[in-house]
Design a binder for this molecule. Structure first.
Ligand code: ZN
Ligand code: ZN
Length: 242
């Protein structure tokens, strides 16, 4: 069993335990045992990524890198029996740099907006109807709580540490809806072999029109339709509304 997700929203990354973090570089193992690491854990009670991040984001213009710094934050930290608050804060910053991009609240998500054409914008009646077609939004899923991030069926491969990125293209003109008509035929011949053919049609004379035949081991009712559709889509520019 492992905690894993394709993408993780910043709030969830902040809830993950920071010590022995499951998405950190090997450098973190060295920092776990530093002199001030124990003060961060026991004194400052920095057990999660979010708590550690909050400590590093504190600001006070009168702060000095000195163990007797009179600033509000250091004064408070000394009431927690912290001998050198500025050393603890430096270690906290170093630890956060070890959290890899997919798991780091500062880099785990990328800006994304669904690109749809005017025809796809739902009318008031459509938004109130369960039967109205809805545009497919390919947003990558994120777990909505720590509990739901545990996975029982996992590969032995090392988990990916890069955030799942969606390509965002500069939209110069109104997005034009691409309509694809698909058709498929499937039959079993006299040798009991499955045969099927699929077509994806974008328009008269369109060079992206596709007619394909899948290998027999992939042939199944509907498979050709899906194959032709995917082949046609793969030739289109990314971020095109379909
Ligand atoms: Zn200070
Ligand atoms: Zn401390």
């Amino acid at each position: 069993m492992r905690w894993e997700a394709i993408s993780i929203n910043p709030e969830i990354t902040r809830q993950l335990p920071v010590w022995f973090h499951l998405g950190a570089s090997n450098e973190l193992k060295k920092l776990n045992n530093r002199l001030y690491a124990n003060c961060l854990r026991a004194g400052h009670k920095a057990l999660s990524v979010g708590k550690l991040e909050a400590l590093t984001l504190r600001q006070d213009p009168s702060h000095r890198k000195h163990h007797k710094c009179p600033c509000t934050n250091c004064t408070y930290d000394r009431t927690l029996q912290c001998k050198k608050p500025f050393k603890c804060m430096q270690l906290a910053k170093d630890i956060l740099t070890c959290i890899l991009p997919k798991w780091n609240p500062q880099s785990c998500t990328t800006p994304y907006a669904l690109n749809i054409s005017p025809e796809q914008i739902a009318t008031v009646e459509e938004t109130q109807s369960d039967q109205a077609p809805a545009p497919f939004d390919p947003i990558f899923p994120t777990t909505d709580s720590l509990d739901s991030g545990f996975r029982a069926f996992i590969t032995p491969r090392t988990p990916c540490t890069l955030p799942a990125r969606q390509i965002r293209e500069q939209q110069r003109n109104t997005p034009e809806l691409i309509r694809i008509i698909i058709a498929c035929s499937h039959q079993i011949n006299r040798n009991s072999d499955h045969e099927s053919s699929g077509v994806a049609w974008l328009g008269h004379g369109n060079i992206r029109n596709k007619a394909i035949k899948l290998p027999e081991d992939l042939a199944a009712p509907g498979a050709r339709e899906a194959g032709a559709l995917l082949t046609a889509i793969s030739t289109l520019p990314t971020n095109i509304p379909l």
